[in-house]
Design a protein around this ligand. Structure first.
Ligand SMILES: Nc1ncnc2c1ncn2[C@@H]1O[C@H](COP(=O)(O)OP(=O)(O)OP(=O)(O)O)[C@@H](O)[C@H]1O
Ligand SMILES: [Mg+2]
Length: 242
């Protein structure tokens, strides 16, 4: 049987100002799966993702590789789960692109030569080779997004968690990112409004609305359900319109 690598039971989360962003979330993620998390603005997609590596801690049970989400497990959990934020500005904080992409590998105590290799490979995968010495804060949004994806790829985590990975990418780089997602072996959890990307890259879909799981199932079954999508402020993805 495939290993259950993320186990969420009865997760509730309210932001400090009282906004209830997640209610009674139950979710199991199995090794090698690629899960699309969809839903309207404010549904709770980003909030859910931020629970997967303990950036946010709600009420309920979140386990990753059998480890409870507790302070003493965070370092281990974060070396296994690589999370790319929706906003790349939250991801990039070092003086150069190289330092940002090398940060994870260095933190994981990879040997120096290996760090250089991992950075080069990750930047190649997002077509940002040559940007090593640049300052991320001088880049365009889409370029920042691609570098922020590289900061996680360089660690080769067991689980890749992406928040809106194709947001603001031009068609060429959106296409190569989708191809990369399809090629990458690790388990993936991807929050997005890009339902055509979900159709190509995800095997299962969770539809969130108002902090709750409104539907979940096989990708094609959810994405062809016009009534369900429209009831949650979504629409049929272009590739599903005949
Ligand atoms: N830092 C915060 N403080 C207070 N409320 C927040 C905060 N971040 C998000 N929220 C609220 O929590 C709810 C869920 O937000 P979240 O960002 O998880 O939605 P989302 O599904 O990712 O939306 P989008 O599609 O716009 O990215 C929303 O009502 C939002 O206004
Ligand atoms: Mg979001």
């Amino acid at each position: 049987m495939t290993e259950k690598i993320i186990e969420i039971k009865g997760l509730h989360y309210s932001y400090p100002d009282g906004v209830a962003a997640l209610r009674a979330i139950d979710l199991d993620v199995f090794e090698g799966e690629s899960i699309g998390v969809i839903g309207p603005n404010g549904a709770g997609k980003s909030t859910l993702l931020l629970h997967l590596n303990g950036i946010l801690r709600g009420e309920g049970d979140v386990r990753v590789f059998g480890l409870e989400m507790r302070d003493e497990n965070l370092k281990k959990i974060r070396s296994k789960i690589g999370l790319v934020f929706q906003d790349p500005e939250s991801q990039l904080f070092m003086p150069t692109v190289f330092d940002d992409v090398a940060f994870g590998p260095i933190n994981m105590e990879m040997p120096q030569a290996k760090v250089g290799e991992q950075v080069a490979k990750a930047l190649r995968e997002v077509d940002m080779t040559g940007s090593e010495k640049r300052a991320a804060h001088h880049m365009s949004f889409g370029e920042k997004k691609r570098v922020s994806i590289a900061t996680v790829l360089s660690m080769e985590p067991r689980v890749l968690v992406f928040d809106e990975p194709t947001g603001n990418l031009d068609p060429k780089h959106r296409r190569s990112l989708i191809n990369l997602l399809k090629r990458l072996k690790p388990t993936k959890v991807i929050a997005t409004h890009d339902l055509d990307m979900v159709a190509e890259a995800c095997s299962r879909v969770i539809l969130l609305d108002k902090g709750e799981i409104a539907a979940s199932g096989n990708t094609a079954d959810i994405l062809k359900d016009k009534r369900l999508l429209e009831a949650h402020s979504l629409e049929l993805p272009p590739s599903f319109i005949k």
